[in-house]
Structure formats: structure tokens, C-alpha cells
Design a protein around this ligand. Structure first.
Ligand code: FAD
Ligand code: NDP
Length: 447
């Protein structure tokens, strides 16, 4: 006799990947439950992409106020109220939480609020109740990690930055990846004296080197103090300030220390010891191309597996998983040419191979680039420049990668990504008529 289960699918984690899987599976008539220990929407909605982008907008106003004068606008002096920004952001996030709840309910999925723990390969306990499920999906995302240094408990992470009681006067940010660079721009723009400390010799090291250098210069021009080749050795409390000791023997005092040194898969306390689920050396869940773990009834997607940690990737994985489970269609996610943006100031966006990667993979490449003052900055009297770069395979004329630093980079590269995904050649870019006057047209006039 086959066992009857409470649910066909029990999803653990209502973030980007979990919500999409639960909604689509339920709308296909599957009996689906989704467990969430915190707020619906996960990292992206609550402490990630969405509030971050709202803060980026907020932090750009001082430059816009300045630029507006060259365009004839005269204003009074401006002041910034952190409480208004934080509380308006929180209200907007609550609205989004409500939309997620409605979408899940409408699809027919059952939302179970609480921390889920796997008790057996087809059993999950939530709030003391054990549910059976034919299949379990782990979509528990990631969690920020702070290296083990004395005083690490005095530092905060991106989890806390969105709901501070008070904006500090000074901040030390540790790290050189997406979050460190984005928050350096945000806090600096909001008027916080910002110092970024990175252990290597170039921030954003996985990006095209020229672009990373342009972002660094742009940040310095806007007032961020960047210390490279430097490590923090300890943090201690000194009256109302924090003392940050560095490996060069110097000490900085600051109001706040923000660590942005990467995220680890969120698997602690999940009960994986009751299953055959395997973890990699960096604690991520090991899955096959269909997102199946070593335990046949358990699947995993999103930041909890060792792939690309981006919201649209988690959503794509959800759709591929649904196709595999319920449509007998085994397409796989294509991890090449994934466009991505760092919402730094200046903004960086990219798709495809960097010049360095292309040199390793192709015999002969051509590189086209342009560095110019965007039209907005002429009357606006700002210093920000725009840099664009295209990497082409010489033998086939195919465009291998496009990279951009400057205003609207994310918006422009998203469109270019379609062309690259479709295998467009440099000649096809050249044949395309530009939109004038725009920055995007530079991509079709590169010489
Ligand atoms: P998550 O969205 O993290 O969701 C996991 C959910 O599982 C959480 O809600 C958690 O509470 C829940 N959970 C965990 N354990 C349990 C349990 N035992 N029981 C019940 N529930 C549990 N990506 C972009 O594409 N663009 C951006 O601009 C961007 N900005 C970011 C900014 C920041 C500051 C951060 C931290 C991340 C950002 N990301 C961005 C990355 C993006 O947020 C993640 O890639 C995405 O949220 C991953 O989705 P997920 O479904 O794997 O996990
Ligand atoms: P990243 O992996 O982007 O960057 C981590 C940074 O911390 C790197 O510069 C790394 O240095 C440094 N680091 C790691 N360990 C240590 C250590 N022990 N001491 C000092 N420095 C250390 O992680 P983030 O935390 O910035 O973001 C996590 C992920 O979330 C990103 O990778 C991205 O996938 C996603 N995200 C996406 C965003 C977007 O799409 N715009 C925005 C924010 C996050 P090194 O380079 O030398 O290894």
C-alpha cells in the first residue's frame, strides 16, 4: 500500500525560490505547504534587494540636488531624516509581505509560520506538529558570516543595517564584494563618514578589472575612504565608540562596524542529520542538475546550494524544478551569461565574460571600450563618468561580454543581455540603430 502524505510538497523557506516553487506547484493542483520562520519574501524582500535599492535611491539625492542647480533649480538647504526613510521603507516592505501572503493563499498553498526541522526524509516538524510530505524542498537561503575575531559581536551585518534606531556619524565597512561596496555608496550618500576596509588589492575582484577600478575611483571621488590590503584584527568598545584594530598596527575609532564578508548556506538546525543530504566544504547543500539532494525525496534551490546567489537565479531554479517534478521536462538552468549589477555609486553592470576570462578561454579577442562624461553631468556639474566595454571573439565576431560603469548601467545591460544570450555578433550590434541621445547607443557605435 502506498503511504498517503499530508502534502505532495513541503517547502521550507518563503524567500525568492521557495515562494515561486510553492505558488506554481499549488496552482498546478499539488497539495503544498510552505514554512517560514520570519517574514514572507525572504532575504530579497526584507533585508536584501528591495530595501537596499530604496536606500540607494535615497542616497542619490544630495548629488541630484547639486545637479539641479546647473539646470536652473534653486532650493533651500536640505536635511535628511533617517527615521522617515527607515519607516517608509518598512511600510513598503509590509505591503510586499502582504502581497506575498495573498499570492500564496490564492494559489492554494498552505502557509505555516514557524521554524521547520526535518525529522525524517519525508517528515518535517513545525511548532511541535509533524507533517508528512512526499517531497521536501529546502529553500532556506543564506546567512551573513563574520570572521572569528575578538569583538565580532560588536559588529553588525546587512541583516541589521535596514532597521537602525539612528544613523551613525561614521562607519567602517569590512569586505570588498557586492554588499560592502553597495553600502559604502548608500551610507556615504546619506552623509555618514564612510571607510571601507578590504583585505585584497582590488574590490569587486570577480568583475572585469577595468570596471572594478572605475568603481573604486568613482567611490573615492564621492568621498568614500578605501583601505586596501588591510585586515581587521579586533574590535573593542571605547566609551561610545568602537575601536577597530588593523593588521598594519593602526586603530580607527568609529560609531559602527558593518561586516559584509559573504554569506553561508542556512542549514543549521534543519535536521539534515536525519537524512542522507550531503553538504559541500562550504556548508552548501549538494544537488544534481535537477536540484535533487543525496536524499531522493529532498530537493534544494537558491542560496542554500552552491550556485549563483541572486534572486532571479533562485526563481529560475524554482521554475526548472517545477518542470522537472510536475511536467516531466528536464531543462536545466544555464549559468552562463547571467547579467548582474552592483548598485554601487557609480553603478556597475555586466553580462558575459570579463576581458580576463575571455583571454583564458579564447585564442584571440578584441576589446572595445569608451570612457566619457555623460550628458547629464555637463549642466549637472558632477564628476561621474561612464565607462563601457565590449569583449568580442575575433574569429567568430561573437560578443562575449559587455560591461558598464555609470548611470543606469543595470537598465542598459539587462537589454544587452538578451542580445548576448541570443549569440549576437559585433556586426549585429553595429547594424543596430542607436537611440539618440542616450548612453545605451554607445554600445552600437563602439569603434
Ligand atoms: P531567501 O530569500 O534567503 O529565503 C530563505 C527563507 O527561508 C528566509 O525567509 C528564512 O527566514 C527562511 N528560513 C530559513 N530557515 C528556515 C527554517 N528552518 N524554517 C522556516 N523558514 C526558514 N540579489 C539580486 O538578484 N539583486 C540584488 O540587488 C540583491 N541584493 C541583495 C542585498 C543584500 C543585502 C543581500 C543580503 C542579498 C541580496 N541579493 C540580491 C541576493 C538575494 O537576496 C538572494 O539571492 C535571494 O534572496 C535568495 O533566495 P532564496 O529563496 O534562496 O533564499
Ligand atoms: P561577496 O561574496 O560578494 O563578497 C564578500 C567579500 O568579503 C569579498 O570581498 C571577500 O574578499 C571578503 N571576505 C570574505 N571573507 C573575509 C574575511 N575572512 N576577512 C575579510 N574579508 C573577507 O559577499 P557579500 O556578503 O557582499 O554578498 C553575498 C552575496 O549576495 C553576493 O555574492 C551576491 O551573490 C548577493 N548579493 C547580490 C547583490 C546584487 O545583485 N546587487 C547585492 C548584495 C548581495 P575576497 O574577494 O578577497 O574573497
Amino acid at each position: 500500500m502506498t503511504e498517503s502524505f499530508d502534502f505532495d510538497l513541503l517547502v521550507i523557506g518563503a524567500g525568492s525560490g521557495g515562494v515561486r516553487t510553492a505558488r506554481v506547484a499549488a496552482s498546478k493542483g499539488k497539495r503544498v505547504a510552505i514554512a517560514e520562520v520570519s517574514d514572507l519574501g525572504g532575504t530579497c524582500v526584507n533585508v536584501g534587494c528591495v530595501p537596499k535599492k530604496l536606500f540607494v535611491y535615497a542616497s542619490q539625492f544630495p548629488e541630484l540636488f547639486h545637479a539641479s542647480q546647473g539646470y536652473g533649480w534653486q532650493q533651500q538647504a536640505h536635511s535628511f531624516d533617517w527615521n522617515i526613510l527607515r519607516d517608509n521603507k518598512t511600510a513598503e516592505i509590509s505591503r510586499l509581505n502582504g502581497i506575498y501572503e495573498k499570492l500564496l493563499n490564492t494559489s492554494g498553498a498552505t502557509i505555516i509560520q514557524g521554524r521547520a526541522k526535518i525529522e525524517a526524509p519525508q517528515r518535517v516538524s513545525i511548532n511541535g506538529v509533524v507533517y508528512s510530505a512526499e517531497k521536501i524542498l529546502i529553500a532556506t537561503g543564506g546567512w551573513p558570516i563574520i570572521p572569528d575575531i575578538p569583538g565580532k559581536e560588536l559588529a553588525i551585518t546587512s541583516n541589521e543595517i535596514f532597521s537602525l534606531d539612528k544613523l551613525p556619524k561614521t562607519v567602517v565597512i569590512v569586505g570588498g564584494g557586492y554588499i560592502a561596496v553597495e553600502f559604502a555608496g548608500i551610507l556615504n550618500g546619506l552623509g555618514v563618514e564612510t571607510e571601507l576596509i578590504y583585505r585584497g588589492n582590488q574590490v569587486l575582484k570577480s568583475f572585469d578589472k577595468d570596471c572594478a577600478v572605475k568603481v573604486t575611483q568613482g567611490m573615492i571621488d564621492k568621498g568614500v575612504n578605501i583601505k586596501l590590503n588591510t585586515n581587521v584584527t579586533s574590535i573593542s568598545k571605547r566609551q561610545h565608540e568602537l575601536a577597530v584594530c588593523l593588521d598594519n598596527g593602526k586603530t580607527i575609532t568609529t560609531d559602527m562596524v558593518l561586516y559584509a564578508t559573504g554569506r553561508i548556506a542556512n542549514t543549521e538546525g534543519l535536521g539534515l542529520e536525519h537524512t542522507a543530504v550531503e553538504l559541500s566544504s562550504n556548508k552548501a547543500i549538494v544537488v544534481d542538475n535537477n536540484y535533487r539532494t543525496n536524499e531522493p525525496s529532498i530537493y534544494a534551490i537558491g542560496d542554500v546550494i552552491d550556485r549563483v546567489q541572486l534572486t532571479p537565479v533562485a526563481i529560475k531554479q524554482a521554475m526548472v524544478l517545477i518542470n522537472h517534478l510536475y511536467a516531466e521536462n528536464n531543462t536545466a538552468v544555464d549559468y552562463t551569461n547571467i547579467p548582474t549589477a552592483v548598485f554601487s555609486q557609480p553603478e556597475l553592470a555586466t553580462v558575459g565574460l570579463t576581458e580576463e576570462q575571455a583571454k583564458q578561454q579564447y585564442n584571440d579577442i578584441l576589446v572595445y571600450q569608451s570612457d566619457f562624461k555623460p550628458m547629464f553631468e555637463t549642466l549637472g556639474q558632477g564628476s561621474e563618468r561612464t565607462f563601457i566595454k565590449m569583449v568580442v571573439d575575433k574569429s567568430t565576431n561573437r560578443v562575449l561580454g559587455c560591461h558598464m560603469v555609470g548611470h543606469h548601467a543595470a537598465e542598459i545591460i539587462q537589454g544587452i543581455a538578451i542580445a548576448i544570450k541570443a549569440g549576437a555578433t559585433k556586426s549585429q550590434f553595429d547594424d543596430t540603430i542607436g537611440i539618440h541621445p542616450s548612453t545605451a547607443e554607445e554600445f552600437v557605435t563602439l569603434k
